[in-house]
Write a protein that binds this ligand. Sequence first.
Ligand SMILES: CC(C)(COP(=O)(O)OP(=O)(O)OC[C@H]1O[C@@H](n2cnc3c(N)ncnc32)[C@H](O)[C@@H]1OP(=O)(O)O)[C@@H](O)C(=O)NCCC(=O)NCCS
Length: 160
Amino acid sequence: MNDSSNVIYRRSTAEDAEAVFHLLAASVRHLAPTPYSQQVIDTWMVGTVVDDYRNECANQQIWIAELARFPVGFAQAVPGEIKRLFVHADHAGKGIGSRLMERALNDALPAGTGTVKIFALLNAAPFYKKWGFQEIGRTVLPDRDEGLPPIDMIEMENVF
Ligand SMILES: CC(C)(COP(=O)(O)OP(=O)(O)OC[C@H]1O[C@@H](n2cnc3c(N)ncnc32)[C@H](O)[C@@H]1OP(=O)(O)O)[C@@H](O)C(=O)NCCC(=O)NCCS
């Protein structure tokens, strides 16, 4: 049996900030040498701390995917935008990203219809295309500390 059938999806609490931070850090380590350089990966989390995620976790903006009580992925959305979606590399390709995406889309579309944006990592664009998102432009991750190499992203959009 695929272990993804045992995954539980729940809304975050303030205590999930550590898990979100570490899942993100672990997930991006797999994105070098393509599509991101090792220099970009090594500096990805510079200037980022666990507490950056505390409020968003506390106000339940984030969905946590949990296997045997261990967080293996998360998704965050606000009306009109999917802000983050990460699945640990050890658990990728088992449908967990899709289950998180369904929940994030519900949060992004409180009225059931409308435009949803995603600032996608270069590797994730094919995943979002499966959900009907189209590339509308290229950009970089905002609010990086000065002097750090830029993180290229693809701006995507879908109208539901
Ligand atoms: C992208 C990501 C969220 C997908 O999660 P996942 O759990 O592996 O995805 P799923 O198993 O639900 O895959 C759903 C479908 O998308 C496809 N897919 C997933 N990732 C893909 C990728 N990078 N490129 C192409 N197709 C991909 C799967 O093959 C599957 O296709 P199918 O329905 O035809 O079988 C996950 O791989 C991840 O966290 N990657 C690293 C971090 C990242 O890039 N996050 C996005 C930030 S914008």
